[in-house]
Design a protein around this ligand. Structure first.
Ligand SMILES: Nc1ncnc2c1ncn2[C@@H]1O[C@H](COP(=O)(O)OP(=O)(O)OP(=O)(O)O)[C@@H](O)[C@H]1O
Ligand SMILES: [Mg+2]
Length: 236
């Protein structure tokens, strides 16, 4: 008998307020229910200011909900202390943002090595070899020794994807990773995320304002005014 793995992400009644207890306290997310299964590739759409990045920051354990339950791979994070959140984040979750956040003076290879070095569990030779393999997977072997500052926007974003995959996460959170790119580079980064999803089974939450890319995801959720609407929408 096989048992299904728990959802990679599960939110129940998640709320998020900023400036709690102050006169300018505002609730930005108003009770989000959301489930992302293993291997699912889900687009997150919605107007500017609707709460998409706030939602991804909660799911990425970079911030905590004000109320509600948030589980990652079946682990209820509600009672986790900061150390437990950091451990779970480091081993389970990769991030790609609109701006790549690479260290511009470091080479592509060195940037991809960073999370592996930070983990302290790997010998140096393994780290270099793994980083080189990750860069090869995103088609950047010829550029691996170039400083990040000298790469194109699309190449930088592919380095950021390689870095996000360094710890082999079950979940990749991508917050408008193609937002700053021309159409061709955006397509290349999207295709890369799709390939990672299909070959490695990585679950992906992909925030985008681009309906054409969203329509190529398994499902689309829309965040409007801090609430998920049409949570089970299929392709438009
Ligand atoms: N640290 C914070 N303190 C106070 N308010 C915040 C904070 N972060 C976000 N907000 C507010 O929360 C709301 C949602 O912001 P968020 O960045 O999640 O929107 P978004 O959907 O990602 O928008 P965009 O499409 O422009 O990236 C906005 O009104 C924003 O001003
Ligand atoms: Mg945002």
């Amino acid at each position: 008998m096989t048992t299904n793995p728990p959802p990679v992400v599960q939110l129940q009644g998640v709320r998020k307020s900023f400036n709690v207890g102050q006169p300018n306290e505002t609730e930005v997310l108003h009770g989000i229910d959301l489930t992302l299964l293993r291997g699912e590739f889900c687009a997150v759409m919605g107007p500017s200011g609707s709460g998409k990045s706030t939602l991804l920051n909660l799911i990425g354990l970079l911030d905590r909900p004000t109320a509600g339950a948030l589980s990652i791979c079946g682990e209820d994070t509600t009672t986790f202390d900061d150390r437990a959140l950091t451990r779970l984040r480091g081993h389970s979750i990769g991030f790609v943002f609109q701006y790549h956040h690479l260290i511009s003076a470091f080479t592509a290879l060195e940037n991809v090595m960073m999370p592996l070095l930070a983990d302290a569990g790997f010998p140096n030779a393994t780290i270099t070899a793994r980083a080189a393999e990750l860069l090869d997977n995103v088609g950047l072997t010829p550029w691996k020794d170039q400083p990040a500052a000298r790469l194109s926007g699309g190449q930088q974003q592919r380095v950021a994807v390689a870095r996000a995959l360094a710890m082999n996460p079950v979940l990749l959170l991508a917050d408008e990773p193609t937002g700053n790119l021309d159409t061709k580079s955006a397509d290349a980064v999207f295709d890369l995320l799709r390939r990672v999803n299909q070959t490695q089974g990585t679950s992906v939450l992909f925030v985008t304002h681009n309906p054409a890319l969203a329509s190529r995801c398994d499902k689309i959720i829309s965040v409007v005014d801090g609430q998920v609407v049409d949570g089970h929408a299929e392709h438009p």
